[in-house]
Design a protein around this ligand. Structure first.
Ligand SMILES: [Zn+2]
Length: 499
């Protein structure tokens, strides 16, 4: 009998450790499934959709999420890392510390009425939620509250933190938040994004990016009377752009580079003494700094050639590629497969098909099944960037993508704005919240699984130590969207109040 004791003991412990977590998970998921809970968070998300606040101007959006978390007993730290709309909401104490990332900024110029399959601006030229960050901030909040309810009910130890992250669309906040030490002591981070599917991935993806404004100062003059006494700052911008466009041929194919000219003079008959050009410079982590130096040389060369001065180089954001943790993604995947897709109503399917028709895409409606976990791509598929890349290098992180966007809708476009409001979006955000809460509870209740996540990260970090691309003197550009929001916020408020 004696020799069977360890076996019996192990059997009891193994069964209890396996089922440990399950009842807590069920409790959180049941709470999230209640129709009034779906509706409450849906309405919060719809309100943020209506605010459509651009990066670093998300005053109402962040306040609404803070208020929701505060009511549930989370303690709040606001105005962090030099950004008034950045916050951390904390519940519980001690280890493990599980983080959930929340975003809430909109994009310029893509205003659209909700659930309308043709382009129809709510307010012409105004911002809109064309990336679903209204759903994501709310889903993160809902997941944290559901996790907290289970922690309270079952006396679970540990800490849950919501990282309110402004200005993701401009890739601004996370490198500053990392620099401010906000992720120190965090054991694992759950990121989320809207999608037309429900799934997760791991490995390296996206591109690193540096967002930088080059400003030139010249000498003004009468463009016809005495042009020889002037030195055009606009000439410097144009020469810089010519140089960078020639540079493209000799950059490795992983690069992306694009620019706009925010300042280029006011009238042709006045030689502009001030001009600036705003670049997004993108490449892999390994090639980023070399490419940045070469673009800088184009700016210096342009100043020399035009007889102007390169008066300011303002780096606003600098983010790494995303290095997502496989062990964490596998925990997420198991939860995603278990939770499954929401059931879509006929009306939701009809809207999806009408939008697909209007976009000349296959009219297949909403998907019925979650996606299988995505393996790392064998060849480079870069392109876009996300500033949570820096977080992935300081704490084990992976991303849950949750449904809410009609397949075929285009990102950063009115066709996505139109999806992100109302019942279809609410179901998506609720599904995402469930997957996040279930993952957080796994991490709180299964120390071995969490240890595996942390061990993988520790080994990876040795090969990829974190070195920020953000220059030490960079500060968040708080003014960047001020005038646009001052212009559109009252107009959008009026439209939303009429609904
Ligand atoms: Zn996004």
């Amino acid at each position: 009998m004696k020799k069977f004791m360890p076996f019996i003991l192990c059997a009891i412990l193994c069964i209890s450790s396996q089922s440990f977590g399950q009842k807590q998970k069920k409790y959180a998921l049941d709470w999230l499934s209640q129709p009034e809970v779906v509706e409450d968070f849906g309405e919060i998300s719809d309100q943020i959709w209506g605010f459509a606040e651009l990066g670093l101007r998300e005053f109402k959006s962040s306040a609404l999420l803070i208020e929701t978390l505060e009511k549930e007993g989370f303690s709040i730290e606001k105005d962090l890392a030099g950004m008034p709309t950045c916050f951390v909401a904390t519940y519980g104490s001690g280890e493990p510390v599980i983080g959930i990332l929340a975003e809430y900024d909109a994009l310029p110029m893509i205003s659209q009425t909700a659930r309308t399959p043709e382009q129809d601006a709510l307010v012409e030229g105004a911002p809109g939620h064309g990336c679903g960050h209204n759903l994501m901030g709310t889903a993160a909040t809902a997941a944290a509250i559901a996790t907290k309810k289970a922690m309270e009910e079952y006396g679970l130890k540990g800490t849950i933190k919501v990282f309110g992250s402004p200005a993701e669309e401009m890739l601004i906040s996370r490198p500053y938040m990392v620099r401010a030490g906000l992720f120190e002591g965090v054991d694992a981070v759950i990121n989320n994004h809207t999608s037309s599917s429900f799934g997760t991935r791991y490995g390296v993806s996206g591109n690193a990016m540096i967002s930088v404004i080059y400003s030139f100062t010249g000498k003004t003059a009468h463009s016809a009377g005495s042009p020889w006494s002037g030195r055009s700052a606009l000439d410097a911008v144009e020469l810089m752009n010519i140089s960078t466009n020639f540079l493209r041929e000799h950059l490795f194919y992983t690069h992306r580079m694009h620019y706009v000219i925010p300042e280029g003079g006011e009238a042709p008959n006045v030689v502009p003494d001030k001009a600036s050009v705003w670049y997004f410079i993108r490449n892999t982590d390994e090639r980023m700094e070399d490419m940045y130096d070469r673009v800088m040389n184009c700016a210096k060369g342009a100043a020399l050639a035009s007889g102007t001065e390169l008066s300011e180089v303002r780096v606003m954001a600098a983010a790494h590629q995303q290095h997502e943790n496989q062990s964490l993604a596998e925990i997420m995947d198991a939860n995603i497969q278990e939770i499954g897709m929401p059931e879509w109503t006929e009306e939701e399917q009809e809207f999806a098909k009408a939008l697909q028709k209007s976009l000349e895409k296959e009219e297949k409606g909403m998907p019925a099944e979650p996606e299988k976990i995505k393996l790392p791509a064998e060849t480079f598929v870069g392109g876009g960037s996300s500033d949570h890349g820096d977080v992935t290098l300081v704490a084990p992180t992976a991303t849950i993508v949750f449904p809410g966007v009609v397949p075929g809708a285009i990102g950063h476009h009115w066709s996505t704005v139109t999806c992100n409001y109302g019942s279809l979006a609410w179901k998506g955000l609720n599904t995402g919240a469930k997957a996040m809460a279930a993952t957080a509870i796994d991490l709180l209740t299964k120390p071995k699984d969490l240890q595996k996540v942390k061990d993988e990260f520790a080994a990876y970090s040795k090969e990829h130590p974190y070195k920020p691309f953000l220059p030490e003197d960079a500060v968040p550009p708080l003014d960047i969207n001020e005038s646009l929001m001052n212009k559109y916020a009252p107009l959008m408020e009026k439209m939303m109040n009429q609904r």
